[in-house]
Design a protein around this ligand. Sequence first.
Ligand code: PRP
Ligand code: URA
Length: 208
Amino acid sequence: MRAIELKHPLIEHKLSILRDKNTGTKKFRELIKELAMFLCYESLRDASLEDVTVETPMQKIETRCLNEDKYAFMPILRAGLGMVDGVLSVLPNAKIGHIGMYRDEETFEPVNYFFKAPKDLEHREVIIIDPMLATGGSAIDAISLLKEKGVKKIKFLCIIAAPEGIKKVEETFPDVQIYCAAIDDHLNESKYIVPGLGDAGDRIFGTK
Ligand code: PRP
Ligand code: URA
């Protein structure tokens, strides 16, 4: 599967403001939420629908609905939390789990510190959310944890992805579809995405 990049003037517009170092915390949070909403919309393009009967004010019709109980979102802490409201505005009844992970500042390897998921996770489609896919280390560890729990269908939504991270995830887990708002140029020596947007967690939570 090839990573799906949202290509749309509105996405580019919102990304430009998001990337701007002068964009403040409030606006940054709003944009992360909005972009998460668009990513979630796109990721549900292949959603299966169930037959239902609905009565309009005019007549009964046979139509189809999506079963929201089949989904769970799993934000990777901390930055993934910024995307939760956006994806929930698309699927308000989906369950939410949490994967706690941070990148070691020297090795750049992910360190896992928390995992809490809905009990019936293996029966759900799990959509991981994290604004940044850099080396791919965090994504790969998160996907591995979900696979160990028996999850069969996994998607990964991010705002910005580096080619290096996409390649690593696609090689390791060819069955996991990646959705991103932009594929950037490269990683720098500190494994930050260039041009990127800086540290997503710090910009969402105002910690720097
Ligand atoms: C960031 C980001 C991803 C990870 C990506 O989190 O939100 O989880 O780095 O990098 P990788 O692809 O090289 O693994 P960070 O570790 O900075 O933690 P935070 O969300 O708590 O700020
Ligand atoms: N994590 C971030 O928040 N930003 C990057 O550019 C890379 C990893």
